[in-house]
Each structure stands twice: as C-alpha cells, then as structure tokens.
Design a protein around this ligand. Structure first.
Ligand code: FAD
Length: 321
C-alpha cells in the first residue's frame, strides 16, 4: 500500500447519494473546493429505485437517471467525485479533518459533511443468509424480473414495503404481503394502491420464522403471532422490506450517534464536532426520502460554507495581529 501526502480540499463529503450530491452542488457552486467520496455506485439508494414519481418538478424518473443528472450537475460546478472507494481511517477531531482510503490515498479538509445513508434491514431468521440472492431479495427493482409469473412474498408494512409489493405485481402472478401488526405504517395512498391491487393478498399479524431451500428458496415458515401456530408455505421468492440500518458503524466513538446509530445533528445539520456536518438518511429524523435528503444536504452545505468563510476571516485576523 502506498501512503501518500494528504490532498487538501475545503470540504469533503462522505457519501454520494442525493444528500451528498446536493451538498456537492451547493458547495462547488459557491466556489468551495469540494470532494465527494462514495463507497459503491454514485446515487446511493436512488439507484435501487425503478421510478421516482414524488420528486417535485419531475413527473417520473428512474433513480439511476436522477443520480446521473445530480452527478453531472455537481461536476459541472467543479466538484470532484470518487466512487467505489473504501474509507479505512477517519480523523474528525482537529480543525484539519483527515480521510484515508484503503488504497492508502488520503485527503484532508477544513469541513466535512457525512452523508453515508443506510441499507436494508434483514429479518435475521434461519436460512436467510444462505438463500440471499437465491430467492430472497431486498430490492424489487434489481430482482423483480426474475420472478415473472411466480408466487412470491413481500415482508413489511411501511411505505417502501407496500410500494415495492405493488411494483412486484408487474412481474409476479401473486404477491402475499406478510406483516407483523394488524395495521400498516404507511400513507393512505400506498395502502389503498396495495389493497386495490387484485394480485396482492395480505397476511397480517404474521412473521416469517424460517426460510427453506437448497439451490433456491422453496418454502417459508410463517407464524401467526396471535395464535402462535407456525405453517409452512411454498413460495418462489421473498422480498424483505423492513426498514434500514444507518451506515454509521465507521463513525462510532468519532461523533455523537443515538441508540439506533443515527447521527445527532442540530437544525443547521452540524454534528457534535466543530466543522462536521451530516445530512440525509443517516441522521436522526423521522422521514427518509430523496426530497428530505436533498433538503438536509442543502442546509449542511450552506452551514459548512458559512463555517468555512468564518474560518478564513479568523485565519486572516491571526495573520494581521
Ligand atoms: C427500494 C427503495 C425505493 C425508494 N423509493 C423512493 C422514492 O420513490 N422516492 C423517494 O423520495 N425516496 C425513495 N427512497 C428513499 C431514498 O432513496 C433515500 O431516502 C435517499 O436515497 C437517501 O439519500 P442519502 O443521500 O441520505 O443516502 P443514500 O442514498 O443511502 O446514499 C448514501 C451513499 O453513501 C455511501 N456510503 C456509505 N458509507 C460510506 C462511507 N463510509 N464513505 C463514503 N460513502 C459511504 C453509500 O454507498 C451510498 O452510495 C427509496 C429507497 C429504496 C431503498
């Protein structure tokens, strides 16, 4: 591994989803020398979304397309973007923040914006790990097509679960939604759309307790949570939509997180260390959408920009004294 001298930026953004890309657009447009470092494909969770129909001003667009537009926009203002990187060390403590990548490259900055987003939560039951990608999926857009004409299960009761179950009916002949409560935690229109879809059945107050199969998923055990009775159901596929985990493991002990691992921020998106801001799905908040990520990213960028300007004034004063 080659250890190089840190390349300095005014601001570094860790995460290239909608929150990070928006922060990149705002900072670069304000002539702040900015670098976005992203683990994985630029766009974050957006690229998993086959259709975004609730982004104001755009009636319908694929998440992949929207990501590309945001990326192009950030680059057009001079923002540097590096994707598919892996952060091996992060020092947020002093005024000079330092990010080291697993290839030995390192970058420093005066301000940093954390936008690592989140990932799908797993059920953690028998057979799930073994059958992941062999009948068990967490992404309708990525895998729905593999289940054309098949009978499948969708687990969950939030907006994502209901919307994704509806999108799966484009492929599957039947989608049974398994949900642990007797009611959904979703918007009325999402519930209505699922309820009115003739290909969707509901199994309420029920939970999957095991997955079975050899080459691919063959059946699941479903427990009736009211009676305790477990029944085995044959199925070709199971899609799990039960929420997310913030990608903040690398921030433990470095910044204040709440008990769910979400980054604690003030209303200007500043985190617990001076010069560090956070935005998007990884912060402590209730609603997680592209629009909320974009809004958080805007606020974080404006606050970071103000911080950087004040820093410059302080540095100038020190020189003249
Ligand atoms: C299946 C699905 C459908 C959805 N549909 C919609 C919809 O229709 N409308 C809508 O508004 N929202 C939708 N959402 C939600 C929306 O995609 C998210 O709220 C939004 O993408 C969050 O943006 P973010 O930038 O905070 O994080 P993310 O989109 O999660 O992006 C974070 C990025 O940071 C990277 N990263 C992680 N750790 C690090 C690290 N240590 N260093 C550097 N980079 C890191 C990740 O790889 C990722 O690329 C959907 C989500 C899913 C999963």
């Amino acid at each position: 591994m080659i250890m190089s001298e840190a390349i300095h930026y005014d601001a570094i953004i860790l995460g290239g989803g909608p929150a990070g890309l928006t922060a990149g657009i705002y900072l670069s447009r304000a002539k702040v020398k900015t670098l976005i470092l992203n683990e994985g494909t630029i766009g974050g969770q957006m690229v998993l979304t086959h259709e975004i129909a609730n982004y104001p001003g755009v009636e319908s667009i694929s998440g992949f397309q929207l990501s590309n537009i945001m990326k192009k926009q950030a680059k057009s203002f001079g923002c540097d973007i590096k994707a598919n990187i892996s952060v091996s060390d992060l020092d947020l403590s002093g005024p000079n923040k330092k990010v080291t990548l697993s290839d030995g490259t390192s970058y420093s900055s005066d301000a940093i914006i954390l936008t690592p987003g989140g990932r799908s939560r797993t059920l953690g039951v028998t057979g799930e790990d073994m059958l992941k990608g062999r009948g068990i999926s967490y992404c309708a857009t990525c895998d729905g097509d593999f289940f054309t004409g098949k009978e499948i299960i969708a687990v969950g009761g939030g907006n994502s679960a209901l919307e994704e179950a509806v999108s799966l009916t484009k492929y599957a002949s039947r989608v049974t939604i398994v949900h642990q409560f007797d009611h959904f935690q979703a918007f009325e229109h999402a519930i209505g759309e699922a309820a009115n879809n003739p290909k969707i059945d509901f199994m309420m107050e029920s939970a999957i307790t095991a997955f079975y199969g050899n080459e691919s998923l063959e059946s699941v055990d479903i427990k009736n949570l009211k009676t305790g009775v477990i029944t085995n159901f044959k199925t070709d596929g199971a899609f799990i939509f039960i929420g997310y985990v913030p990608n903040t493991e690398f921030l433990k002990e470095k910044i204040d997180l709440n008990k769910w691992g979400e980054i604690i921020v003030s209303s200007d998106m500043s985190a617990s260390i001076e010069g560090v801001y956070a935005a998007g799905d990884s912060i402590a908040k209730r609603y997680r959408q592209v629009t909320t990520a974009v809004s958080d990213g805007t606020i974080a960028a404006l606050a970071a920009s103000t911080y950087l300007n004040e820093l410059k004034v302080k540095q100038k004063q020190l020189i003249t004294v």
